[in-house]
Design a protein around this ligand. Structure first.
Ligand SMILES: *[C@@H]1O[C@H](CO)[C@@H](O)[C@H](O)[C@H]1NC(C)=O
Ligand SMILES: *[C@@H]1O[C@H](CO)[C@@H](O)[C@H](O)[C@H]1NC(C)=O
Ligand SMILES: *[C@@H]1O[C@H](CO)[C@@H](O)[C@H](O)[C@H]1NC(C)=O
Length: 190
């Protein structure tokens, strides 16, 4: 009896460990929900896959921290989850050319490692958190209600913004890690 109890406690403890080490997965799942991914979009973003590092268009570093999320032109119609800010090691966030509305959450600006953020051609509105203009590469163009451009103090895209070259041939212009990842990705209906 005591042994059984001990086993139950051990199982519960290991479950807790899994969910603790995958809090980034929780943040990504909230992001998926808020983006309004439909039908079979991001279908492998679920806990049957345990580790978010294997999820479609998610890249992690050697410590299994999420460093890149690349989801341009997916037809998403939702909003940006404030929980994106929980991806503390994120370098690259690409959600260009969707139909996202709402504001850019302040939490995004609290990610110190961010170096490339592309939200161009959505329907985002309101203030761009000031610190995002210090990210090395940013592109917010084509959102008619954001506070950037000629009437504001900030350009909508950094001069150093990477050339967008992902239409039809996603993956070009990225490092070898991402290319490898893209090759092994399942095909996804858009
Ligand atoms: C992984 O974690 C270790 C220990 O926290 C740290 O020293 C190292 O820089 C991290 N590596 C990466 C790629 O973030
Ligand atoms: C764009 O966003 C605004 C709210 O900021 C909304 O009223 C409008 O319907 C959206 N337009 C499209 C095309 O989604
Ligand atoms: C910003 O993104 C748009 C659409 O993805 C692209 O057409 C444009 O060239 C980008 N701007 C810069 C400066 O890279």
């Amino acid at each position: 009896m005591e042994l059984l109890l001990l086993r139950i406690i051990l199982v519960l403890a290991s479950l807790l460990t899994i969910s603790a080490t995958n809090s980034e997965g929780d943040a990504l799942l909230d992001m998926k929900l808020k983006l309004k991914a439909t039908g079979n979009q991001l279908s492998d973003w679920n806990w049957r896959q345990i580790n978010p590092c294997t999820w479609y268009s998610v890249v992690c570093d050697n410590n299994n921290s999420v460093v890149e999320v690349t989801l341009p032109s997916m037809g998403f119609t939702g909003v940006l989850s404030p929980r994106i800010g929980e991806l503390k090691h994120l370098n690259v966030l690409i959600l260009s050319e969707n139909r996202l509305s709402g504001t850019i959450p302040d939490t995004l600006a609290s990610i110190p490692s961010l170096r490339d953020i592309r939200l161009a051609y959505n329907n985002l509105s309101g203030q761009i958190p000031g610190r995002l203009f210090h990210v090395a590469h940013y592109n917010f163009s084509g959102n008619s209600h954001l506070n950037c451009g000629p009437k504001f103090h900030h350009l909508c895209a950094s001069h150093a913004s990477y050339q967008e070259s992902m239409h039809g041939h996603r993956g070009t212009g990225h490092g070898p890690t991402l290319n490898l990842k893209l090759k092994t990705m399942p095909t996804v209906d858009r």
